[in-house]
Design a protein around this ligand. Structure first.
Ligand SMILES: C[S@@+](CC[C@H](N)C(=O)[O-])C[C@H]1O[C@@H](n2cnc3c(N)ncnc32)[C@H](O)[C@@H]1O
Length: 200
């Protein structure tokens, strides 16, 4: 029944042009969660709660806090999570992740998934860096951004070009970082896994 409902969520996302993680990306993530006994997850960018639900379902001890700024999507996510009976495993937060009122004090997360506005990845990273457990990881989605990251010269739209420039700046920040190591994976739309030096 849950699988059927998740399929309906995929269809809803498709029909309403709501970007959700693709199957290969989410399966990779799930395997990572299982293999590394990930428990405490912070997700930036809930949309309709698809990846939050998938992550909550892949480990018995997983708890997800997920932030979404769009009220309509947040309401849809609340509904979906109730239907899937995951409301004890997922806490949804309505608001802009950059807002000062959204902070988790000293709470530490094993995994922080960044899957929201692509131009703001660096901001999200810096804001939640102190909430990463010592052996925790950031996972950033859309590192290839549908192939545009490697084909910048073909981009006609100015907005898209600016977005790709910011995404590239974030990639350089990860690659040249003194405190963190990052592994890039071509799975899904491109995933980056970042951990403090010495963890990998
Ligand atoms: C790619 S979708 C998330 C998909 C979701 N992780 C999944 O795979 O099911 C990105 C979402 O992030 C939200 N978003 C973008 N910037 C945000 C911000 N600064 N704070 C909170 N949510 C944000 C958007 O409204 C959008 O619904």
């Amino acid at each position: 029944m849950k699988e059927e409902y998740l399929k309906q969520m995929e269809e809803y996302a498709d029909e309403n042009n709501i970007p959700i993680m693709n199957k290969r990306g989410i399966n990779f993530l799930c395997k990572f969660i299982e293999q590394n006994d990930i428990r405490n997850i912070l997700e930036i960018g809930t949309a309709i709660g698809y990846s939050a639900s998938k992550m909550a379902m892949c480990g018995r001890n997983v708890h997800v806090i997920s932030i979404e700024r769009d009220q309509e999507r947040y309401i849809e996510a609340v509904k979906n999570i109730k239907k899937l009976k995951l409301d004890k495993k997922i806490t949804l937060v309505l608001g802009d992740a950059n807002d000062l009122s959204i902070n988790f004090g000293d709470e530490k997360f094993d995994l922080i998934l960044i899957d929201a506005a692509k131009a703001q990845y660096l901001k999200f990273f810096k804001k939640f860096e102190n909430n990463l457990a010592d052996d925790g990881v950031f996972i950033s989605d859309n590192m290839n951004f549908h192939g545009y990251v490697d084909a910048e010269s073909e981009i006609k739209s100015r907005n898209l070009r600016q977005l790709i420039t910011k995404l590239k700046k974030y990639i350089t920040f990860l690659e040249e970082n003194d405190k963190y190591d990052t592994k890039f994976y071509k799975v899904g739309d491109g995933l980056a896994i970042t951990a403090k030096k010495g963890v990998f």
